[in-house]
Design a protein around this ligand. Structure first.
Ligand code: ADP
Ligand code: ZN
Length: 219
């Protein structure tokens, strides 16, 4: 099954993607995580082209396609992929559709997570993550080490207010048009609304699951 997670920065794509990945036993592919790994290695050929991330700008479609392209043919991804942070532009969505079509597949469902700006800001400013397993936490949990890896949690350098606002802007202008793109192509489309900061990831996951069930995509 090929799932596309759509939603602004901080909407919970990463958390929901990881949870779905465990339940469905389908790999979770986060372009943001892939890029951050490259940014740890200044000798990588794409290192310079990824510097825009620090300003909250999107990476160019060419570079994104270079990193993601081909992964569909990787045997690890044979049973499907949960895409997190990809596609983020119409051009990327078209490239993905073509790639999938060439192997006789298609995007099975888009999960679009709507979250209010206040909730997003609170989450992003307090977000911490494990540099090893990428698990996501929040300062309010009062945890400073990953319980699985025993490594100190880190804050992403792009989780500061200025960069966050730029990322929201990029989302509105370049990624939000994908809503219309997928609706026009009649792809299964789920909207999840998260309007209270007290809403837990588990309750969002339950709603996602119920909706997937309703579409006959899970049992
Ligand atoms: P978030 O959703 O919180 O912004 P991500 O980890 O998904 O975080 O992405 C971090 C950054 O990586 C983005 O702000 C963007 O600069 C870059 N990026 C990730 N995926 C893509 C993509 N598909 N196209 C262009 N840029 C991307
Ligand atoms: Zn960890």
């Amino acid at each position: 099954m090929y799932i596309v997670l759509l939603g602004p920065p901080g909407s919970g794509k990463g958390t929901q993607g990881q949870m779905l990945s465990t339940k469905l036993n389908i790999p979770h592919l986060s372009t943001g995580d892939l890029f951050r790994e490259i940014l740890d290695n200044p000798k990588h050929e794409l290192y310079e082209s990824l510097q825009v991330i620090k300003e909250g700008k999107l990476v160019s479609d060419d570079v994104v396609n270079k990193v993601v392209g081909g992964s569909l043919r990787d045997p690890r991804f044979e049973d499907g992929i949960i895409f997190d942070g990809y596609p983020r532009t119409i051009a990327q969505a078209q490239a993905l559709d073509q790639e999938l079509e060439s192997i006789g597949k298609a995007v099975d469902v888009v999960i679009d997570i709507h979250v209010t700006k206040e909730v997003l800001l609170g989450r992003l400013l307090g977000r911490r993550s494990c540099p090893n397993c990428k698990r996501i936490f929040h300062v309010s949990q009062g945890i400073s080490e990953c319980p699985d890896c025993q490594i100190t949690l880190i804050q992403r350098p792009d989780d500061n207010e200025e960069t966050i606002l730029e990322r929201f802007d990029e989302y509105q202008t370049k990624t939000a048009p994908l809503q219309e793109y997928y609706r026009q192509s009649r792809t299964n489309y789920i909207v999840i609304k998260v309007f209270e900061s007290s809403r837990t990831a588990d309750s969002v996951q339950q709603e996602v699951w119920d909706r997937l069930y309703g579409l006959g995509l899970v049992k």
